[in-house]
Design a protein around this ligand. Structure first.
Ligand SMILES: *Cc1c(COP(=O)(O)O)cnc(C)c1O
Length: 404
């Protein structure tokens, strides 16, 4: 597809590469699946919040699902229309709510009664009426990794259906709240349709009863994100079937469907390119030590997530090896028992499916600078974030340094 060797020498390693064409194909496939209805795809910015990535989706007409005011500002900066921005998240600070109201975004997604009262007070003080949605926790097991399950009562997200009802009644009567949406998001990397169907059914029933019993007219039916992708050998949900399940649940109701995918749009567009530093053998264990590390790509360490690992133009008999980074943690690895040929200093390794929750989870642990990011589009490569420098990394501390 592209000359990885050439890109590695041009931009150095470790490096993130994003196939913008793949992102566009994913977006269009999903948009198409919902074409029978009014729909808004609000890209979940936390998956990959590079401004050029957000801008890429904005140009296709995408909105943005944000979980901090920082992400809201990124989305605005990247050209997302304010009326396509949703602000979600289980804990929003007063300043964040205030700023979201000032920016007049599409809606603020509330996750507790307490948060509703805070927002109401803030809107009142500002003389505004806040458009809101309420995140319902339908208590459904999404059948995914427990760390990325969000739709069970034991998870911190959303409110129970009865609480949601109470909140809608309150909001509907308030001069400073306008309940325009309803929301659920039961987990991430979903590969089973049944839990989504069940959740959509429950929440759609709630919409019906809110309208019939209390006269609340909901306009946006926000089904969250969570569509799974192939990392290894998963069978992902077919977007057309996904859409059909939602359309069935909404039978007879005139609502705009909002979908907030992150991983689905970007995961398999991403390639993390890293160079082999050394090989070594500890007893019977073979280690391949590379220049990328958990600070650049955390998913294997955090979730024990699987990522396909491949070499670039290296031949030879394959034997199992652990691919590890230089960070001083035993949890610093990209893959275990990976079948790899003998490797030498400077050989290239690609970690696949790293376009979502890759760079956005990067840190400076071990005083390592964050990697560069490059977009691949129409056969061309384009830098979209330059590699951080040591000077930038220490800039916020340096001025406070005493007695140099
Ligand atoms: C994280 C998140 C998403 C995106 O999840 P993906 O699994 O990346 O699709 C969407 N909506 C909300 C509220 C989220 O927290």
């Amino acid at each position: 597809m592209v000359d990885l060797k050439q890109l590695a020498s041009k931009y150095k390693t470790p490096l993130y590469l994003y196939d913008f064409t793949h992102m566009q194909a994913q977006y269009e496939q999903l948009k198409q699946a919902f074409s029978a209805r009014k729909s808004l795809i609000a890209y979940a910015v936390k998956a990959n919040s590079n401004l050029s990535v957000i801008n890429h989706f904005a140009k296709m007409g995408s909105g943005a699902d944000c979980v901090s005011i920082g992400e809201v500002k990124r989305a605005l900066k990247a050209g997302v229309s304010k009326y396509k921005i949703i602000f979600s998240g289980v804990g929003k600070a007063d300043e964040e709510l205030e700023e979201a109201l000032k920016e007049d975004i599409l809606m603020i997604n509330l996750e507790s009664e307490a948060e509703m009262h805070r927002l109401e007070a803030i809107a009142q003080k500002m003389g505004k009426k806040a458009r809101i949605s309420i995140r319902v926790n339908p208590n459904i097991d999404p059948q995914t990794h427990p760390y990325i399950s969000t739709g069970l009562h034991e998870n911190k997200f959303g409110v129970e259906i009865d609480v949601a009802k109470k909140m809608y009644i309150h909001a509907n009567a308030s001069d400073h709240l306008d309940p325009v949406g309803i929301h659920f998001h039961i987990g991430s990397q979903l590969t089973e349709l049944a839990p989504i169907k069940e959740a959509a059914g429950l929440v759609a029933d709630l919409v019906r009863s809110l309208k019939a019993a209390v006269g609340v007219e909901i306009k946006f039916f926000d089904i969250g994100g969570g569509l799974g992708v192939i990392y290894k050998d998963e069978t992902p949900i077919d977007p057309a079937k996904y859409a059909q399940v939602i359309l069935d649940a909404l039978e007879g109701q005139d609502l705009t469907i909002v979908c907030e995918p992150g991983r689905f749009l970007t995961a398999n567009a991403g390639y993390f390119l890293t160079r082999v530093l050394y090989e070594k053998q500890n007893g019977s264990k073979r280690f391949v030590i590379v220049d990328g590390a958990m600070n650049d790509l955390l998913r294997p360490s955090l979730y024990n997530a699987y990522h396909k690992i491949e070499t670039v133009e290296v031949e030879g008999e394959k034997t199992p090896a652990n691919v590890v980074g230089p960070v001083c943690e035993s949890g610093d690895f990209f893959g275990k028992e990976v079948e790899l040929p003998p490797l030498e200093h400077n050989d290239l390794i690609v970690v696949r499916s790293t376009g979502a929750y890759g760079f956005t989870m990067a840190s400076n642990y071990n005083t390592r600078v964050k990697p560069a990011e490059v977009a691949l589009e129409n056969g061309k490569d384009r830098l979209i974030r330059k590699r951080e420098t040591f000077e930038e990394l220490i800039a916020d501390e340096e001025e406070f340094l005493q007695n140099v």
